[in-house]
Design a protein around this ligand. Sequence first.
Ligand code: TRP
Ligand code: ZN
Length: 457
Amino acid sequence: MSRTTCILVCAALAPCVWAQDAGIGDPAFPTLGNRGYLAGHYALKLTFDPSTDAMDADVTMSGVATSRLSEISLDFTGFTIRSVTLNGHPVKFRRSIGKLYVKTGLGSGEKFTLETCYSGKPVQTQSAALPAGMKSGWIPYLGGAVAACEPDLAHTWFPCNDHPLDKATFDFQLTTPRPNVAIANGKRVQSTGTNYRFSLDKPTLTCMATAVFGQFTAVSGPSAQGVPITSYVAKGVSQAARDRLKLLPKYMKILTDRLGPYPFDTYGAVLLPTALAQSNELMAGSALETTTLPLFGPFTEAAPAILIHELSHQWMGNCVSVTHWGDDIWWVEGFAQYAEWLLVESEHGREAYENEVASAYSQATAQTHWLKPGHLPTEDLFSMRSYIGGALTFHALRRTVGDVQFNQILRQFVEKHRYGNASAKDWIAISSQIAKRDMSPFFNAWLYGDKNPPLPR
Ligand code: TRP
Ligand code: ZN
């Protein structure tokens, strides 16, 4: 039997011995992840030396086997591995492209800890989801480094089950020489000397974990809706960009009014240094919603629209996450884009909002094909199809069911799926239940139809 046939047959006959090779089952990234276990927690101890860009790491994954596992596979590339231990005992391992295999003999339901010690210089990588030449993942720059890994590159800095279907909590112990500091997701816990500790105790996706090394000043703002805010501003960032951080409490209010309470314990933006622009074209002009600690490239200027965009991802994307990248990115990027229009509405009123929608709609209909954001190929995950197509779907939903029901749908979606994963069928189910009618024709037209649906006013 060929391997392909085996995978097909096995899919119907779970649990399956091939599971560790087959990936978690996301067509956008067929080899990524593993269905045979769930990693609930990662403890990352990293030492980063900005003079050599080398990293020394000791990463422990705590997980549970969901099937019998003679061997376990993690996603991992690069570095030299010094040792791997399972439940405290040294074990044999082997590597192939993108994977680390470890002999286990774990039974289904068995808990385990897997510790990997490694060192070396991480490399910037090309994700199949991002434009050619736009490298991401671990990004070194003059004087520091930052991890920006959405959607598929977390395993270029730590070994993990690199798919949103396996969300986990994180602990960080980061060491770097002065005058640099280190920052990571979650709450800062007692740090001493050049050792910085952070802890994120709500689960999030591997690609939204980050560590940032460089010269930053911590700026604690007023709390927002009860959430403490500490941002980190790189040396040399403009005062104008820094001043915009004062808008965060206002944006927090706009979003909690729509989506319910902020889902994590802390928040704060990282304003990255201009030195990054020399070493990385992608991050220079983008932002990434790393959980509780979004990253803003130097050319974003922390503009109001992008500030609310990344904040909204904490609910849509980080708290409630995709099931499959290509089927779900529309409501992640679509809602974040829509949040930008909500900001326009809140600042400048209904007419200004309608103008945003109208110009997006004409941009969409100027294409040769309707955007059909509901099922995107890997290379279109972060394209106009997800951002504009998704945002227009939210606008159309609001106009179809009315403001009251629209807000109920948003809140219930987050409430029901928080800290987990969701998909288009969950939007259809919740919308149908709240609107008291079958909303699948609506979603079918906006997400999967070949023709542009008329824009409801
Ligand atoms: N999610 C980002 C946004 O808010 C876009 C993005 C995807 C990104 N992958 C990235 C940005 C990697 C920087 C690096 O729109
Ligand atoms: Zn986004």
